[in-house]
Design a binder for this molecule. Structure first.
Ligand code: NAP
Length: 516
């Protein structure tokens, strides 16, 4: 593959960047694939999106916007093989990892297209019933949701360039807001190609979709009061975005999806070799190695009662031992590299700190990758650690290792201890419980609810039917309190709330029925 210069795709124009180039690499071979430079005049791009893209989208009904989403889904599906190849080359994804990202994007577009069709031929949504405001049945108030008048700026993380782009864009476009997406630079090739395909197909009105390739520059300094920033990435960058003048002074909306120390709890009733046990083992091992552990929803802490700890170490080690690490372009490889040199350095440093309070029981990160020149690539092999005193641990509960690393934390088997240990993560995206005993489940789930955006109960009856806690679904909310960013996306109409203004309209009941 030759090195290409990626232009930004701003309001219908291909805009070449300026200044120093930043290379996008194949993380398995370190070969450069493309390069980007900073784009200028981002204030103008936002203004065009607001002035042309916004009104054009708002003139369409939900059903008409849904048709556009369906058409985007069609264009991307047609180029699926090319897109998977880009995920493999630039993201370090195995084909299966790339499918998770690309097919996840297509499925989310499809779900929002269906929702839009159901909303039908209207441009606003009635929120609940009209409320009677006086003695007369005519004087009422009705809450209405209408698209916000600004632009939706989407700043995405490196790990899901395809899904990250479209899960956000599907919600905003359906709501009626134009989108300017900024993928993470290191893995931008896939998102860039997807946006290019969609723009070239002429599906969306001019100004409705833009993609900024390369660094954010002064993009966020041009935000206005009606704009929305939806961010996915590290908590540190999320904190910077929350402090933007447009957010603090002008009330631009911000949604942050950040780090999470997701946990899996194995209940004391689970028997080794039972369906619930097998479900836990297979989902924990999958989460640890899918996308080389670079999933915001991946299980980092596994709480296990002492009586089951040795058996779980053995079962997970067997799974991890079967993982073949190497160049993900090879069919026999089941786990690729980390996405960047920076991620590798970060994972190594955090793993070293975790070793002060937990003991590696499988692997140490060192690996001889298949099909790769010695010394090349950002590889880190799967590691399982064991911590017998999780109450006394600190790194375990505070540092997310964004790689194929999980720690078994031995607990006393009570729901109260399990919930209290998980809560030490200070807010998470998802935690899972593997158990069948109802009293335990009732208590532990109640303990987890305030600390999570999603709770997953894996029991014997659902074994074999679930996609695991690591799969984010368009019908369920994604996000979580505290460390996880405090945001909320997806969940059908719920996630679209970010892009809609809720307004209470008061007036004569029949008149309001006619005009709303
Ligand atoms: P990051 O450094 O915060 O980068 C994320 C995005 O923010 C990138 O597009 C980056 O652009 C951009 N960015 C960085 N600094 C910025 C600034 N000052 N102004 C505007 N944009 C800026 O995050 P990361 O370390 O690459 O991502 C990994 C983290 O993301 C992990 O901690 C993971 O937990 C989290 N994550 C969370 C979710 C979730 O849904 N909750 C999903 C995936 C990942 P450049 O690439 O150009 O620097």
């Amino acid at each position: 593959m030759s090195i290409v210069e990626l232009p930004s795709l701003l309001c219908g124009e291909r805009v070449e960047g300026q200044g120093a180039a930043q290379a996008l690499l194949n993380p398995a071979t370190e070969a450069p694939l493309a390069q980007v430079r900073a784009a200028a005049d981002l204030g103008r791009a936002l203004a065009i999106a607001r002035e042309r893209g916004g009104p054009a989208l708002r003139a369409l009904s939900f059903a008409e916007r849904a048709e556009r989403l369906k058409a985007i889904q069609g264009v991307l599906s047609k180029s699926r093989d090319e897109l998977l190849a880009l995920g493999i080359a630039n993201g370090g994804n195995t084909r299966s990892d790339a499918k998770f990202d690309v097919d996840g994007a297509i499925a989310t577009l499809s779900a929002y297209a269906e929702l839009g069709q159901a909303l039908g031929d209207r441009r606003t949504i009635l929120d609940g019933e009209a409320a009677l405001l006086g003695r007369s049945a005519r004087w009422v108030g009705q809450h209405v949701l209408a698209p916000r008048a600004g632009v939706a700026v989407h700043v995405n993380a490196f790990n899901f360039p395809a899904w990250g782009l479209w899960e956000k864009a599907a919600q905003a476009l359906l709501a009626g807001m134009p989108v300017l997406a900024k993928p993470a630079t290191a893995t931008a090739l896939l998102a860039h190609r997807m946006a290019e395909l969609v723009l070239d197909a002429g599906i969306l009105p001019p100004g409705a979709l833009s993609l900024l390739a390369g660094p954010p520059g002064d993009l966020l300094a041009h935000l206005g009061p009606h704009d929305v920033v939806a961010f996915t990435g590290s908590g540190d960058t999320g904190a910077l975005l929350r402090a933007l003048p447009a957010v603090v002074k002008d009330s631009a909306r911000v949604n942050v999806e950040a780090d999470s120390l997701n946990a899996a709890i194995v209940g004391p009733d689970v028997e080794v070799g039972s369906p619930t046990w097998d479900l836990a083992v297979s989902e924990i091992a999958k989460d640890q190695t899918q996308k080389a552990g670079q999933k915001c929803t991946a299980i980092r802490r596994v709480l296990v009662p002492e009586a089951l700890a040795d058996a779980l170490v053995e079962a997970l080690s067997e799974r991890l031992g079967a993982i073949k690490v190497g160049d993900p372009a090879r069919d026999d490889v089941t786990m690729g590299p980390l996405a960047t040199a920076r991620q590798l350095a970060d994972v190594r440093a955090r793993f070293a700190r975790l070793c002060a309070e937990a003991t590696p029981v499988f692997g140490d990160g060192g690996v001889t990758p298949l099909g790769v020149t010695t010394g090349r690539g950002f590889f880190f092999g799967p590691v399982l650690l064991r911590c017998d005193a999780p109450e006394a641990a600190s790194v375990l509960h505070t540092e997310e290792i964004f790689g194929p690393v999980a720690t078994l934390a031995v607990y006393d088997g009570t729901a109260a201890t399990a919930a209290a240990l998980v809560a030490r993560g200070q807010g998470g995206l998802v935690s899972s419980v593997y158990a069948d005993e109802r009293k335990f489940l009732k208590e532990v789930v109640a303990g987890l609810l305030p600390h999570h955006g999603r709770v997953y109960v894996g029991s014997a009856k659902v074994a074999g039917q679930t996609a695991g806690p690591g799969t984010v679904l368009p019908s369920l909310v994604h996000g979580g309190p505290g460390r996880a960013g405090g945001g909320e996306e997806l969940g059908g109409l719920r996630g679209m709330g970010l892009y809609l203004q809720r307004t209470a309209v008061q007036g004569d009941k029949l008149l309001l029925e006619a005009i709303l």
